[in-house]
Design a protein around this ligand. Sequence first.
Ligand SMILES: [Zn+2]
Length: 399
Amino acid sequence: MNNSIQIDNIGCLYTANENGVQSYENTSLIIENGLISSIGDSCEINSINCNGKMVTAGFVDSHTHPVFLNNRENEYSMRIAGSSYEEIAKNGGGIISSVNGVRNASEDELVEKLEKRVNRFIQNGTTTIEAKSGYGLDTDSELKSLSVIDRVNQKHTIDIIPTFMGAHAIPAEYNNNPNDYINLVCDEMIPEVSKQGIALFNDVFCEEGYFNIAETRKILNKGIEYGLKPRMHADEFIDSGAAQLAGEIGVFSADHLMAVSDSGIESLAQNDVIGTLLPGTTFFLGKSNYAPARKLINAGINLALATDFNPGSSNIQSMPFIISLACLFMGMTVEEAFQAATYNGAKSLGLENKVGSIELGMKADLILWDLNSLIEIPYYISNHPIQKVIKNGEIVFGA
Ligand SMILES: [Zn+2]
């Protein structure tokens, strides 16, 4: 057999799908041409011995902002000294401070930075990420950011799902006429992004001080008109009715939801919208307002978990750590958190038939752990005993 690998002597294999977590004991896998071709059989080919340890599907991180130039550790210090995220933003920090970096950087510089970050995702067992633009906030810089994502996606084995997020913030030069910026997003950026075919999704930061309900509706509908699928940052700081809008539009995912109202929850549930929770942001900002995961699950909403990796409010790239936070602070079970970090993340990207679980014909995206059971993932809160990461059947970490 060509391009075949066998993963042998797996003590326990865990994978999730719409029915929850499945496990197989004392099993093996065969990968052919990058895809899972058999579970449980073995044959005499190149084999990797797991020595009875655990194998899981690779993580799907369905919400990241990885295209920026420099880190923002100075803001972290300001926050430790007592400034809030909102205060830092008002003083020229926050999203806007990353905008100057992206506007002035060359595409090559940004590619180099993104590649390093992508390697760190891989080391933490993440084999698929969604990546947003949104630190350019002018047509050229947004297109440049998406081109950076595209170039790294072509070069790197990780799968990167590109999202256009021109509506991440109003850039300073439009502070006095935000409507003109919204028109720029709708009439220039979205048509050009669509023409270049370099984004699958269109995301809007629907929040007080960013984009209100009417503006968000307009931008998402314009994207839909141009073939960009909608997703939203919703009800992060206050309940602005964003979750109701997410339900009304039928977005692929409504993200954050720390301040979601009961009617917002109802709207998400009725319209089968996935809620993506980002507990890393709450944790990184030193807050305690975690999203009401149990309430959302009890309402019948499927939850995904993601890092929200970005230089301001979540310098976190580890999905195992996010699973720890989800279990400790949001009352999710380990099984729920694992499903949210794999299958449901893939579903929120429309990729559940390709990645996020270990099934015949799916991409062979696997984590070989030096662990024995799922419960140990959140238990090892600050280091992750990962032996190898396999993407498309290739060892990309721990060779
Ligand atoms: Zn975000």
